[in-house]
Design a binder for this molecule. Structure first.
Ligand code: FES
Length: 233
């Protein structure tokens, strides 16, 4: 896809994300049903950066989250990027249903769990000749913030992506009592610390807890470590 014009996120060496451009920055909370299943995104409080570029915490220890306060220097943050530059499609596993396809890159999982309701999307794909199942399948796959999961029209072999305007979400997950990654929406370009661009995708999640083994991307480690950003809702 095309890059969102005028917006860029640069990973800095053992430091924060440097964000250039005017881009909405807001809390995005995972809304759950009574069974604690993820069912909707709830946009919340917005933040107005005071300067350009602005810097978002990547080490997980700033006292001024979501912004950087240079704590990474005090804690000697080790933020070496371990993700490669292979493309999503090169890495994806393919599951084929009668009407839809599902691709999956497991190590991009941000543990938002929109894939789980209604018997899980990996099973639902097998019933996508049923229009109701197909519609629900597309919705759940499209709500995956990291873009780990992508649904494809089988006949045309084209991906079906949700329409997302460029924005940066700060994910909160009250059902798991944890805070999640930064959610880059709408094709925001990410450059590694050497200035090499990662593949531009519609949905990307960037680690902000400091613990991912797939930096700069989230790998769900925030959940196992119980990361909390303590940002007032
Ligand atoms: S925020 Fe998800 S692994 Fe760090």
């Amino acid at each position: 896809m095309k890059a969102a014009p005028g917006i860029q996120v640069k990973v800095t060496l053992n430091g924060p994300y440097e964000v250039t451009g005017k881009v909405p920055l807001r809390i995005e909370t995972i809304g759950a049903n009574i069974h604690k299943e993820s069912v909707k995104w709830i946009p919340g409080k917005t933040f107005e950066p005071k300067e350009q570029p602005f810097y978002l915490c990547r080490c997980g220890h700033s006292k001024n989250k979501p912004f950087c306060d240079n704590t990474h220097l005090k804690i000697d943050f080790e933020g070496t990027e371990t993700a490669g530059h292979t493309t999503y499609v090169e890495e994806a596993e393919l599951l084929e249903g009668p009407n839809m396809l599902l691709t999956d890159v497991q190590h991009l999982c941000a543990f938002a769990r929109f894939c789980d309701p209604n018997g899980q999307v990996w099973n639902m794909v097998n019933d996508t000749d049923d229009p109701a199942v197909k519609a629900q399948f597309i919705k759940q796959v499209g709500e995956c913030p990291s873009g780990r999961l992508v649904s494809w029209d089988r006949a045309t072999q084209t991906p079906i992506e949700p329409e997302l305007k460029p924005a940066i979400g700060i994910i909160e997950d009250p059902a798991k009592d944890t805070s999640g990654p930064l959610w880059l929406q709408g094709g925001i370009e990410v450059l590694d610390a050497e200035g090499v661009p990662y593949e531009i995708r519609n949905r990307v999640t960037l680690c902000r807890c400091g613990a991912s083994a797939n930096k700069p991307f989230c790998d769900g480690s925030h959940a196992s470590m119980g990361f909390k950003d303590h940002i007032a809702p």
